[in-house]
Design a protein around this ligand. Structure first.
Ligand code: SF4
Ligand code: SF4
Length: 378
């Protein structure tokens, strides 16, 4: 058994962190609150009243740069969970994100389509289909050609609850989702969102997860992209998923787009500013991340592969979603395709569901609740 398996993240940081300061140098949150080792020791000493852990973006850059391979972000998540368990981790500022997650699994927006003998499903997450429905439809059509009999799942992976430390709710919701898929003998889940990728990879209960970027990297790309040279922003969810990062670069190469790498990429990528719902409590920390990312990109247009990152970074710099480059043409007179923002994203998700309900033939289909009922899941 390894030390990581024996000790909790707080114990590990308290015992093993050597206060080298490398992670602190990268992070405004740690610069304000102190080194991971001091925070861990103070937590062990019972100083647990300050909910500072909710201001960490859980981005994992500290883990990526740590010479001892320690993971302070896991410690801050542990602290959040402990506070939630004691009833001290609920903030009114998180109402919006909690509602967003709840809607994703609701009768209105959730929908499962599992054709006969379905082994693979596309799980597009919440933000991607809502913000760019046309890109989503073209992607799904392409995947239907690659995987005849592919299914589709509109639901939420419950990452917001995971990150807000509401571990019981997260486990219940995500286990239900996995159980529906397992009960119907689904084996593989294709995801567009790096956060869904991380959740399915860590908690997927035997389900194989693959990003659509890996799937598409082996296929012929016929699009002529509007950009010739870019830099890539790697989202935090796939910080340690090298095959996903590689497939994104391969796709760009196949499109004839050159990539100029930033210093903070792949394992040591910056957060876009949206991570861990930290910005609801500390918008200044979120802004610092966004500013650092944009400053490092400089004049290079950015390509990323997370709808949330594209939205956040796109407020300050030219940022494309890779799937838009692959599947959509720029809107006349604009840099990229039309991208919807809330509340229109909800309307798009509802419309997509209705449209596909009418179009997709046969199989088992229904909302999350209906699928739970046919699968006898509580
Ligand atoms: S997870 Fe990100 S925000 Fe949190 S301590 Fe590490 S580097 Fe800082
Ligand atoms: S980089 Fe690692 S060892 Fe250095 S202060 Fe951070 S957690 Fe401690």
């Amino acid at each position: 058994m390894t030390l990581e398996q024996l000790l909790t993240p707080v114990q590990l940081l308290a015992d093993e962190c050597v206060n080298c300061g490398i992670c602190v140098k990268e992070c405004a949150f740690l610069q304000e609150y102190g080194s991971p080792q001091r925070l861990a020791t103070s937590w062990q000493d019972g100083k647990k009243e300050n909910p500072f852990s909710f201001e960490c973006s859980l981005c994992g850059l500290c883990h990526g740069v740590c010479p001892k391979k320690l993971d302070p972000s896991a410690m801050f998540l542990e602290m959040r969970r402990e506070l939630v368990a004691k009833g001290q981790g609920t903030f009114p500022q998180h109402k919006t994100i909690r509602s967003y997650e709840k809607r994703g699994s609701s009768d209105l927006f959730s929908w499962y389509y599992l054709p006969d003998n379905c082994q693979t499903v596309l799980f597009p997450g919440c933000a991607f289909p809502g913000s760019r429905p046309q890109t989503f439809l073209r992607l799904f059509q392409c995947l239907q050609e690659l995987f005849p009999g592919i299914g589709l799942v509109f639901d939420c992976c419950s990452k917001p609850s995971h990150d807000l430390g509401n571990v019981n709710h997260f486990r219940k919701m995500f286990a239900q989702l996995c159980q529906i898929l397992n009960n119907h003998a689904v084996q593989k889940v294709l995801v567009t969102c790096p956060n869904c990728y991380r959740i399915f990879s860590e908690y997927g209960d035997g389900l194989q997860v693959e990003s659509v970027y890996e799937t598409l990297a082996g296929t012929q790309q016929k699009i002529q992209p509007a950009v010739k040279g870019v830099t890539v922003h790697d989202p935090c969810g796939v910080r340690f998923a090298a095959p996903v990062q590689e497939s994104v670069r391969l796709l760009l190469q196949q499109l004839g787009v050159s990539v100029d790498e930033m210093k903070h990429s792949r394992q040591v990528s910056f957060c876009c500013g949206e991570g861990g719902s930290a910005g609801f409590l500390r918008p200044d920390f979120a802004k610092t991340w966004t500013d650092k990312r944009v400053a490092e990109a400089g004049a290079m247009p950015m390509v990323t592969y997370c709808a949330g990152c594209t939205h956040f970074l796109g407020k300050k710099a030219v940022t494309d979603h890779l799937l838009d480059l692959l599947f959509s043409s720029p809107e006349a007179g604009k840099h990229g395709p039309k991208v919807s923002k809330a509340p229109f994203t909800y309307w798009n998700r509802y419309r997509l569901k209705r449209q596909l309900q009418k179009k997709l033939p046969g199989g088992v289909c229904g909302t999350r609740k209906q699928m739970q009922a046919v699968s006898s899941i509580d």
